[in-house]
Every structure is written in C-alpha cells, then in structure tokens.
Ligand binder design. Structure first.
Ligand SMILES: Cc1cc2nc3c(=O)[nH]c(=O)nc-3n(C[C@H](O)[C@H](O)[C@H](O)COP(=O)(O)OP(=O)(O)OC[C@H]3O[C@@H](n4cnc5c(N)ncnc54)[C@H](O)[C@@H]3O)c2cc1C
Length: 417
C-alpha cells in the first residue's frame, strides 16, 4: 500500500493528527509561485492524517444569514458635526469587518480623541463597535455603547469569521486613490492586535490549514456544474460584473498571508486531482466575543439599549464625541447610497473537534470551528448575494452545498485492514 493510499484510508477511518480548521479566503490566485515538488517537501510539512467530515444534511443544526455591510467606496471613516457632537464614522467593512476591526478602530479612535474628551459614546456593539469601544478605553476614555442589539444578536456573529481582510472591501473603480495604504495600515494593526488572543484557553483566535481542491489545474477554467443557474445581469450601471471589479490588496501583505502552496500528487491526501494548502487565521466567535465583552465591562464600560431613528438624535447624547458603528444599518439610517447589501448564508453541522482543517471545493467552503462546522456556498464568488437584502434562510442552498462535501468524502476508499 503506497503512502497516498495510507493517508486516504486513515482519513476514511477517522484518524487524526494535529491540524486546524479554517476557511473564508477566496480561491487562491492563479499567480501563486510554482509549487515545491514532493521530493523537496520536508516530512513535517506534509499533510497529516485528516479526520473526515460527517457532511450530511441531517447533521445541520443551524443556519445563519447575514448582510455584509459593503460600501462601494470602502469603509467610511470621516468626521462630521451633528449639533454639538463630533461624530466619527466607522462602518462599511464589507466581508472584512472581523479582520480589519482593530486597525479601523484605531483610526476612528485617534480622530475621536483628538480633543481629549473624557467620555465617548459608541453606537453599535457588532465587532466594529466593540473593538472601537475597547480601543478608546485602552486610550483612557470612559465609554458608553448605545445599541439596538448586543453582540450575540448582531449581524457580526452570522459571518464566517476568517482572516479575509480584502473580501468585498470596495469596488476598484470607486475606492479613493490612497485607500490601499489605509487598508494596509488597518490590516497590519489588526494583525498585531490579534496576537495576544492566540493560544488562550478556548482558542478565541486560532490558525488552521485550509485546502483548495480543484478538478482542473488552478487558474484554468474548472468543469461547469450545469445545475447552477447563471449569474443574473447587474441591476444598475457601475455594479460589479466580475470578481475583478472588487478592490484587492492582499499582495501588499504576502509576508503575513502567503500564497497557498500546491501539493504534489504523492502527498495530496484528497481524491481530487489538484490540491493546494495554506494556513489561515480564524475567529471562534463565542470565545472571542466573550473576551471582548468581559474586557469592555472590566474597564468600566456601560451599555445602553437604544434604537436611533435619525442622525440628529446623536446631538442630544450626554457624550459629545460619538464613534458611529451601525454596520449595514447605515444605508437607511444615514442615507448612505454607497452601501450595498451582500447576502451570505452559512449552514452549521454538529461540531467535530477532531476535524481541525478547512477546505474549498467546487464552490463550497467548509470551516471547522469550536461551535460547529460551517458550510458556505461560494458560487459566483464575490458577486454571490450582491445587492440581495433577503435575510431569510434558504435551506436548499446549504443542503446543495453539503452534498458536494458529502460526495467528496464518500470517494475515499474504506479500508477494513
Ligand atoms: C456570510 C458572511 C461571512 C463573512 N465572513 C467574514 C470573514 O470571514 N471575515 C471577516 O473579517 N468578515 C466577514 N464578514 C463581514 C463581517 O461580518 C462584517 O464586516 C462585520 O460583522 C460588520 O460589523 P459591524 O460591527 O460593522 O456591523 P454589525 O455586526 O451589523 O453591528 C452593527 C451594530 O449597530 C447596531 N445598530 C445598527 N443600527 C442601529 C440603530 N439605528 N440604533 C441603535 N443601534 C443600531 C446594531 O444593533 C449592532 O449592534 C462576513 C459577513 C457575512 C455576511
């Protein structure tokens, strides 16, 4: 029995050695550097034995739908005066809010604290509001959060939750010329801020290997699934028609987010012709959210449950400096026409702690997290869900997606030896 066969059998039998679960990145770029040949891949870098995913529709125990707060011009971080309140905006982070949160918070807080106020109000307690609030506290301010929902009910916790700092962050044609520099700063500050959470009990933030599997060589057209309907035409001028229309900046941070490396045939553990692998960072929302909320209260933070209906209400708050983090709600509340909903749905399979990797295959991505195995359909890439504000669950979407993974694992030969 050769090594590849052994690996396959071990996978089919549920053997496991240390790996981690992750997902969330778009398909690896075609321009990735040439792969190492198997002979040069050291033993410790070869894929370990992988536990199989029990990818069956009857193991779904939850579905979540979320609207990415996509802003065609990139996140809004400007300042405006409302009554006698200085309002610093911090919203519109598209599919990158978890990833860019600390960097964006630092930029917003710098503006908010420019006049050295003692007290600051933060609107919203999604990931952008919470990190803004804590950043202001760490700089010495007393902070009150005003919010309609607490973190567990916000759109933030309906996300995927991987390090995806340039996912649907702006349209290339609409982002300001210097936004690439701002983005890089945000990404690098955030990356540094995640560091203290690595290795903490409960793994609030962790790293895991992610496999990209393809039937044809990466960067060439893949076999088309005839059951998938074609993309509907864009509904207005300026709408993106391809993934190329989204601003992409990842090349600026290849030192911290390297390209995936191709796995040569003899070390590819999957029953699929082409595989590449990278290691990605991801967020376990429950543990990470708990730590953030605990820190906020430990630093004397207060939360007031409140629903705002017009910007002028901010002028009547007792705090005269406000950091505004309403997420997608900014479209209606602030009449921000640059905000476009990008719907995303995740299905959740019963957790399998022994599965500690993620994979992407035939437009389906899975990510094993502490609270379940997330399954997400990616068909049409970043255009999927564009300008779709329907927040109802479409169970069939998740069931079709899990079938792809079910079929993949069913292809592993079972050994009785
Ligand atoms: C399917 C999906 C997958 C994603 N995957 C990733 C990923 O892998 N990595 C990543 O980095 N990002 C990802 N994202 C994006 C990320 O989730 C968002 O960018 C981020 O959650 C936005 O956070 P937020 O705090 O701005 O908004 P929200 O979480 O929506 O929080 C807004 C807050 O404002 C409050 N609020 C709004 N309006 C009012 C009002 N009128 N009065 C009072 N309070 C108000 C709300 O109650 C809430 O507390 C994903 C998103 C989706 C949908």
């Amino acid at each position: 029995m050769d090594r590849r066969h052994l690996l396959r059998n071990s996978l089919a039998l549920g053997g496991v050695l240390g790996m981690g679960g992750c997902a969330g990145q778009s398909a690896p770029p075609a321009t990735a550097p040439a792969a190492k040949t198997a002979s040069t891949v050291l033993q410790m870098d070869r894929p370990p034995v992988l536990a199989p995913v029990r990818a069956h529709a009857d193991r779904f125990f939850d579905f979540k739908v979320c609207l990415r707060p996509f802003r065609t011009k990139g996140p809004r971080l400007d300042v405006e005066q409302i009554g006698d309140a200085l309002v610093v905006h911090n919203y519109g982070h598209g599919g990158s809010g978890w990833s860019l949160s600390w960097g964006s918070a630092e930029m917003a807080v710098e503006k908010a604290l420019s006049g050295s106020p003692k007290e600051v109000a933060v609107i919203g307690s999604g990931i952008i509001g919470l990190t803004s609030a804590i950043t202001a506290q760490r700089a010495g301010a007393q902070v009150t959060i005003y919010t309609r929902e607490l973190l567990p009910r916000t759109r933030s916790v309906r996300a995927n939750g991987s390090w995806t700092p340039d996912s649907r962050i702006a349209l290339a044609g609409e982002a300001p010329a210097n936004f690439g520099d701002t983005w890089e700063q945000m990404a690098r500050i955030s990356w540094k801020n995640f560091r203290p959470y690595i290795g903490m009990a409960g793994n609030p933030i962790a790293f895991a290997d992610h496999y990209y599997l393809t039937d044809a060589p990466r960067g060439t057209p893949q076999p088309v699934d005839a059951t998938v309907p074609p993309l509907p035409p864009p509904t207005w001028t300026g709408a993106p028609t391809s993934g190329e229309d989204f601003a992409k900046y990842s090349d600026r941070i290849r030192d911290i987010t390297p390209y995936p490396q191709q796995l040569e045939a003899d070390i590819n553990p999957f029953p699929v012709k082409y595989a590449s692998r990278t290691t990605n960072m991801f967020f376990n929302f429950t543990e990470y959210g708990h730590l953030l909320t605990t820190e906020f209260f430990a630093r004397g933070g207060k939360i007031v449950m409140r629903d705002f209906h017009s910007p002028s209400e901010l002028g009547h708050l007792p705090q005269k400096v406000v950091i505004n983090c309403p997420g997608f709600a900014a479209r209606d509340w602030w009449q921000d026409k640059a905000m476009v909903p990008v719907r995303g749905q995740t299905g959740w399979l019963i957790p399998q702690p022994e599965v500690n990797y993620g994979l992407t295959y035939r437009n389906v991505q899975i990510l094993s997290k502490s609270d379940g195995i997330m399954v997400i359909a990616l068909e049409n890439g970043e255009l999927k869900g564009y300008n779709n504000s329907n927040e109802s669950v479409n169970r069939v979407e998740s069931e079709n997606a899990v079938k792809v993974i079910d079929d993949l694992f069913a292809r592993f030969p079972v050994s009785r030896a």
